[in-house]
Write a protein that binds this ligand. Structure first.
Ligand code: NOJ
Length: 563
């Protein structure tokens, strides 16, 4: 594998992207709501959100106007990485509920016209999984090559220089085998050897177990990590700025290498083909949404979704990590619209791994006390830019990133890289449902797993439901409007350059329709010349004025105009 070969693969994927079918599939351009299960709604008083808690709030999710929801992992797990360390793919962690609750959740979501997806981790398990216990016990057990094992180098050190993106070497020593085991994330998350057909078949059956219940699809964790260079070659060193999409703070040691041999390997494609074939066994159509992190993900999206035998959609982290400021987005948006097929990407401005969007992307507006307006603007962009969208819980409330004192940090990634990386606790704080209830209505526990930040109480759901001018009320309006605009699901996109630095503008275009969207991300009024005439407003956020081809946008204002 070389960088040139990677580029060739990419070029092939981009030129063979295909066309959007008519009518489009249900998932194309859809808006999903990400439920961070731990922090959504606790009905048992154990301080952790649970599945009955999600069921109790399904009306709330439906009323937002989204097409479906995705739940973060609730499987049996030691919870070292909040459920992304799975010890039994077919069991529900009792903290979250029972299999019966899961069946009810699927049925109740469907009763409300919502699609429902679960999280699934294909690439690794917990080291508490029975497969790993057996595999680690000797070199000649039945599951000896179910994980990625390697002999030490002659000096006894790990076989190569691969690192965990969560800090330190990606190899852990196993004395019983006198070998190292590979883990791209925490050392308790050993990588599965998916190149072994038995392992892949076992994982396929695990997927079927949930699909048989009527689940509509999966969000697949870290699809950049499904295969590895079998020759275990060391990665070459990176130069400053080489890894703009890697999270974990500015000094994450993982950034010091070009991840040529441990991420985004061609051998992952046959694995994706097999997984897609499993999804295709079902009617109505099930969807596979891949999380593509660490790598140049918006450019690579096509490679993971091209044709009808890989994933349906992937989401990337570029809008979150690759710009210090939203004002730098224009070139990146242009690149995304060039590389991704309409509807095969998702606009993700934050998720359970990233800071709250408004604080991360619109710091200037937050400092000026305009966070709710900035949140509205981001929602406008998220719902009108090409692609579907995943709204992370609480974004519809315009929540800001809370500061979490070191002693309350639970995220192992933050603890490994502290103080250079504040970690993921801030975005994972529980949802404030009721301003005046204990724990803002999230839980009856005296000490829930994370407290609701004091500053979030004023933004509680019951406060915003009573206020027609709230971010919540706006989100519902925006998503209702989006539903009535089929063009937003499938139209291609043309980013408008030559705009003032504080303006993000683009056209969504079909053969006979145009929707021109313009947003002022700055705090001063701005006046722009439109590239076409005879447009009329379809959706307006805040103060805008249109006169012939001149458009005036007030601070943090946005508009969508149709022909
Ligand atoms: C991506 C998940 O979103 C993140 O939360 C997790 O820590 C890593 N993958 C490892 O599974």
């Amino acid at each position: 594998m070389s960088l040139a070969k990677r580029e060739a693969e990419l070029l092939h994927a981009i030129t063979h992207r295909g066309t959007v079918p008519d009518p489009p599939e249900w998932w194309r351009g859809a808006v999903f709501y990400e439920v961070y299960t731990h922090s959504f709604n606790d009905t048992t008083g154990n301080g952790i959100g649970d599945i009955p808690g999600v069921i109790a709030r399904l009306d709330y999710i439906r009323d937002l106007g989204v097409d479906g929801l995705w739940l973060t992992p609730f499987y049996a797990s030691p919870q070292v990485d909040n459920g992304y360390d799975i010890s039994d793919f077919r069991a529900v962690d009792p903290d979250f509920g029972t299999i019966g609750d899961v069946r009810r959740l699927i049925a109740e979501a469907h009763d409300r016209g919502l699609k429902i997806m679960f999280d699934f981790v294909l690439g690794h398990t917990s080291d508490a999984h029975l497969w790993f216990r057996e595999s680690a016990s000797s070199r000649d057990n039945d599951r000896a090559d179910w994980y990625v094992w390697a002999d030490p180098s002659p000096d006894g050190r790990p076989p190569n220089n691969w690192m965990s993106s969560f800090g330190g070497s990606a190899w852990r020593w196993e004395p019983r085998r006198a070998q190292y085991c590979y883990h791209p994330f925490l050392d308790c998350q050993p990588a599965l050897n998916l190149a072994n057909p038995e392992v892949l078949a076992a994982m396929e059956d695990n997927l079927r177990f949930w699909l048989d219940m009527g689940l509509d699809g999966f969000r697949l964790d870290a699809v950049q990590c499904l295969s590895y260079d079998t020759a275990l070659r060391s990665n070459p060193p990176a130069r400053e700025g080489d890894n703009p999409s890697v999270a974990g703070g500015p000094n994450n040691p993982f950034k010091s290498q070009i991840h040529l041999f441990d991420r985004d390997m061609t051998d992952a494609i046959p694995i994706l083909n097999r997984i897609r074939a499993v999804a295709d066994e079902y009617e109505p159509q099930r969807v596979l949404i891949g999380e593509l992190a660490d790598v140049d993900s918006s450019r690579l999206a096509s490679k993971y979704t091209v044709g009808n035998d890989r994933l349906h959609v992937v989401y990337d982290f570029d809008l979150i990590h690759r710009a210090d400021n939203i004002r730098d987005w224009t070139d990146m948006l242009a690149l995304r619209s060039e590389y991704t097929m309409p509807g095969a990407g998702l606009n993700v401005f934050t998720n359970h791994d990233s800071p709250r969007a408004v604080s991360n992307l619109m710091a200037e507006a937050c400092d000026a006390g305009r966070a709710p307006d900035a949140a509205r603007l981001l929602l406008f962009l998220q719902c009108t830019l090409m692609g579907g969208a995943i709204l992370f819980q609480g974004e519809e409330l315009g929540l800001e990133q809370p500061e979490i004192p070191k002693e309350e940090i639970k995220d192992p990634w933050a603890l490994a890289l502290w103080p250079d990386f504040e970690g993921r606790d801030g975005v994972r704080c529980p949802i404030p449902w009721d301003r005046d209830a204990p724990n803002c209505g999230f839980s009856d526990a005296t000490a829930p797993w994370h407290r609701v930040p004091e500053a979030h109480a004023a933004a509680a759901v019951n406060v915003q439901e009573a206020d027609p001018g709230s971010v919540l009320a706006y989100t519902r309006r925006l998503l209702r409007w989006r539903r009535d605009m089929p063009l937003l699901r499938t139209a291609s996109e043309r980013v408008l350059h030559d705009m003032p630095e504080q303006v993000i503008a683009y056209e969504r275009v079909t053969e006979d329709e145009v929707l021109l969207c313009a947003a002022n991300v700055g705090l001063d009024e701005v006046d722009i010349a439109l590239p076409r005439s005879s447009l009329c407003p379809a959706f307006t956020l805040s103060e805008t004025a249109l006169e012939n081809e001149r458009l005036t946008l007030g601070p943090l204002a946005a508009i969508a105009l149709t022909n």
